[in-house]
Each structure stands twice: as structure tokens, then as C-alpha cells.
Design a protein around this ligand. Structure first.
Ligand code: MG
Length: 488
């Protein structure tokens, strides 16, 4: 068993002890959510929207023109059309209100495209197959991507033998849709075939260019990369754009988005660096000062991830570092490169998840308590359910990567009005016997152990809270302590 020491924090969130401060925080969050929430149909044109998702950013120099992505005023991310939660088919009176689970996917539930065996059982336990007969809300928060949320949910539903709705699901590039109105012409990198272009266009991006389009226009861009016949046919003809001038330099990239892992690092790295060193994003130009390139957004920052291989494989965070390192090497350290990363461990991504979880739970409340029709908008449902809809006191976040899952959940726990309890599993990136820099609240073997740990902890809290004292009165609020680490 690991000799990790957990963060010095009581098992019961002390914030729960102050109902007034919690209520104030909740009311403030509700007000901001209502201000920023999902629009009523037909209201979009009437409302002003200023997307400014907080990101992990790095820049080799201060750039006043860079989007204000870090210093957002609100602790809650701006609105995102997450997609209307799919309402459960049946009323579930046994769904618990006071806690919930959130899961990373790769290395926790899925590995190498196959479900981790205990994951299927864990989902059954959450869906009522437990000794208490309760059902527990849950969502999925993955840094992965490369497909639409709906397609990924279909895959996950099949793998886990449950129905997963887009209303329960966030992937690495989901928050990128908030920038669709900010940039017109963008370069989208990563993924298989045309899928990421299709996802970007579904997010509302209006002019999406891929590396294949650039290679089709000028094969010398990456001398060792040859487009397959299908890639050549699917890539768009940049030379036929606009006035048909036949010049790539007429194309101006306003931002680069790495949606999913690159399938060809060499050519993608070359093309990203070309754009980063261009004059204002204009293709096939070169800046004299290397400080005019557009921003580069990565959907996450994980250096490694868990696959079917026995050792973790390189991920998008490694490509980001490669871009930054080679940019510095090829500019002699003189230029300015602006890179930003979404995904875990950014707190904004967890706030996004909290909003998703709230909408998901509000939909359930609406069905159970108000009998509102499934066509009611999430905003209307949330308003109708204002009295009953409160955040779960505890969200158990289960992940396999300390640097993203644990760090993010702990950071969210430090700022959220409720408790975010990090659980690290040993079926993915983290390996037993190593010492992660970011300490989880608990370490367990598998996701099934994580679910059981959370359920036991909640039942222990409930039992202590309900235990009568000798004079028949209920006791004062009890601070429950659980072992920070679980023996495996
Ligand atoms: Mg993972």
C-alpha cells in the first residue's frame, strides 16, 4: 500500500457547517448561473455574450492583444450550450440528492478501447444494485476527444452497458465551443479523418481549415507526409477560395485549435509552427519578429495517458511542450508564442462539470417533483426547481492521473461551495508504489472500489447524523472522519 499522506482536511467539508455562508455562496452561484445560463429559444440575439473561459495559458511574452482568458471576473465559466440533458425515461424516487460521482474515463472505466471489468459493475452499483437500493447521479469528465459528444456517448453506452447522455458528458474540446464566435478562420488539428473539422463546425466555427487542406495546396509543406487518396479527396481546396487568386497567403488563420491527439506529429508540428511564426496567421509568410502568430489552444494538457500498452503513452501535453520547445529553438528565443490548455486540471473545466451536474440533477428533480414535460428547457426546469435544486454536498471525483484528475479535483474543492473528494485508482496512469505530487483523499484499486468507498462514507455520515442522543434530541452536526486512504 502506498505511504501517501492525504491533504490535511476533515472528511466532512467544514463549509457545510455554516449554512449562511453556504446559502450565500449558493445564491450567488445561482444568480450567476441564471445570468449566464442556457438561453431560452429565440433569446440568443437579445442577449450579450462575452465568452471568456479560464484556461491554462503560457506565453513567452506579455501580449496585450491576447484574449483575456485568465482573468475572468466570474468564478463560474460562461454559458455553454452543453446540450439539453436527456431526461431519464422513468421517475427515480430513490435517486440521492446529497452526493454524486464524476468519472474520468481512460484508465478508470476504459482502457485500450475496452471496458475495465470492474467499471460495468460500478455502474450497476450506482444505478441501484447496492444494499441500500439507492441510485446515485454521475457524470463523465474526460480530457479525451476527437469525436462529437453524442458519438462518444454512444460508444460509452455500449462499452459500459448503460445509457449515457450528452447531458452527462464533457470531453476535452467541449469548452472550445465557447470560442466559436470569437474567431472566424481557424486551423483545427488532430483526430481521425475529417471528424474534428465536423465537431468544430458543429460547435459553430464558421471557417475550419485542417492540416490536410494545407498539404493538399502545397505538398512541400511537410516533405515526408503524403496524403492518402481519401485524405486528398476529403481535404478542401484552399487555392480555390475567395477570388481564386491561387495563393495560400490569402488565408489568415486567427487561432489554432488542437482538438484531439495528432495522428502525425511531424507534419502537424511543422504546420502549427509555421502558423505560429507567420505574419498575423497569414499562411506561408514569416514574421521578422516571431511575435505576430495567433493563439494556440489545446483541449487538454496531459503529457501521458493510459492505453492498452503496459506503459503510459504520450498525449497532447507532450505535443504542446514540443511546440513550445521547437518554437524557442527555431526563433532563437526571440519570439512570442501564446499557448493555452483547456481540460483538467483547470478549475474552469470542473466548474463546467459542476454546472452540467446541476442541470442533470435539476432535470431529474423536475420530473420527480413537478411533473414538467421533457420538452421544458433546462433553464425553465432549473427555475421551477429552484427550491429543491441544491448542489450535492459532496462530489466524488474518480481519476487515474494525479496531475490532472487529483490536482483539478483538489483545486475545485478549495474554491467550490461544496466538497470535491478526489479518489485515485490504480488501473491507469498512476501505479502503486509511486508518490504522486498531488495527493488524493483516497487511493483505491479500481473504480468499483472507489464507488464502494464513496457509498460507505456517505452511509457512515448519514448514520452518525441520525444517531439520537440519550435525551431523545438529535445531536449537533457531526464531523465525520474517514481514513484518507483505503487499503487495497
Ligand atoms: Mg485518465
Amino acid at each position: 500500500m502506498s505511504s501517501l499522506s492525504a491533504p490535511p482536511r476533515p472528511a466532512m467539508c467544514p463549509r457545510q457547517a455554516s449554512s449562511s455562508s453556504f446559502a450565500e455562496a449558493f445564491d450567488d452561484a445561482r444568480r450567476k448561473l441564471d445570468e449566464l445560463g442556457v438561453r431560452e429559444p429565440g433569446k440568443e440575439e437579445e442577449e450579450e455574450e462575452t465568452p471568456s473561459p479560464a484556461l491554462s495559458s503560457s506565453s513567452s511574452a506579455t501580449d496585450e492583444s491576447a484574449p483575456s482568458l485568465v482573468d475572468t471576473e466570474s468564478p463560474i465559466s460562461p454559458p455553454t450550450p452543453i446540450g439539453a440533458p436527456t431526461t431519464p425515461a422513468a421517475v427515480d424516487p430513490d435517486v440521492v440528492d446529497n452526493f454524486a460521482f464524476a468519472f474520468d474515463i481512460d484508465g478508470v472505466l476504459i482502457r485500450g478501447g475496452q471496458p475495465i471489468p470492474e467499471a460495468i459493475e460500478a455502474m450497476k452499483v450506482l444505478n441501484g444494485e447496492n444494499e441500500w437500493g439507492i441510485k446515485v447521479p454521475y457524470i463523465f469528465l474526460t480530457n479525451g476527444g476527437g469525436k462529437s459528444e453524442a458519438e462518444r456517448c454512444r460508444d460509452l453506452s455500449q462499452q459500459l452497458q448503460i445509457e449515457v447522455s450528452p447531458g452527462q458528458f464533457i470531453c476535452g474540446h467541449t469548452p472550445m465551443r465557447e470560442l466559436a464566435d470569437r474567431y472566424h478562420t481557424v486551423l483545427v488539428v488532430g483526430g481521425e479523418g475529417e471528424k474534428c473539422r465536423e465537431v468544430a463546425e458543429s460547435y459553430g466555427f464558421r471557417d475550419v481549415i485542417t492540416p490536410g487542406d494545407i498539404l493538399k495546396a502545397n505538398a512541400a509543406t511537410a516533405p515526408f507526409r503524403k496524403l492518402t487518396p481519401d485524405e486528398h479527396a476529403n481535404s478542401r481546396d484552399l487555392l480555390a477560395r475567395g477570388n481564386g487568386s491561387g495563393r495560400l497567403s490569402d488565408v489568415v488563420i486567427e487561432a489554432v485549435f488542437v482538438f484531439a491527439d495528432s495522428r502525425d506529429w511531424a507534419s502537424d508540428l511543422q504546420i502549427i509552427l509555421d502558423v505560429a511564426q507567420s505574419r498575423g496567421g497569414r499562411l506561408e509568410t514569416r514574421s521578422a519578429t516571431f511575435d505576430e502568430g495567433p493563439p494556440i489552444y489545446f483541449s487538454h494538457n496531459d503529457v501521458v495517458w493510459s492505453t492498452a500498452h503496459q506503459h503510459a503513452r504520450l498525449g497532447m501535453g507532450a505535443l504542446r511542450r514540443a511546440v513550445e520547445t521547437v518554437f524557442e529553438a527555431t526563433t532563437g528565443g526571440r519570439g512570442v508564442l501564446r499557448t493555452h490548455a483547456f481540460g483538467k486540471p483547470q478549475v474552469s473545466t470542473f466548474e463546467f462539470a459542476a454546472r452540467l451536474l446541476r442541470e442533470w440533477r435539476a432535470t431529474r428533480h423536475r420530473q420527480q417533483r413537478h411533473g414538467l414535460p421533457p420538452t421544458t428547457t433546462p433553464t425553465a426546469a432549473a427555475a421551477a426547481d429552484a427550491a429543491a435544486d441544491v448542489p450535492p454536498a459532496t462530489v466524488y471525483f474518480v481519476g487515474d492521473t494525479p496531475e490532472s484528475d487529483v490536482r483539478g479535483a483538489n483545486a475545485m474543492d478549495a474554491v467550490a461551495p461544496n466538497e470535491w473528494y478526489s479518489i485515485l485508482v490504480q488501473t491507469g496512469v498512476y501505479q502503486a508504489g509511486t508518490e504522486p505530487r498531488d495527493k488524493p483523499r483516497a487511493v483505491v484499486g479500481t473504480v468499483l472500489d472507489a464507488v464502494r468507498h464513496g457509498l460507505r462514507r456517505e452511509m457512515e455520515k448519514l448514520a452518525l447524523a441520525r444517531k439520537p442522543v440519550a435525551d431523545g434530541h438529535m445531536p449537533a452536526p457531526v464531523e465525520v472522519r474517514c481514513d484518507p486512504l483505503v487499503e487495497v
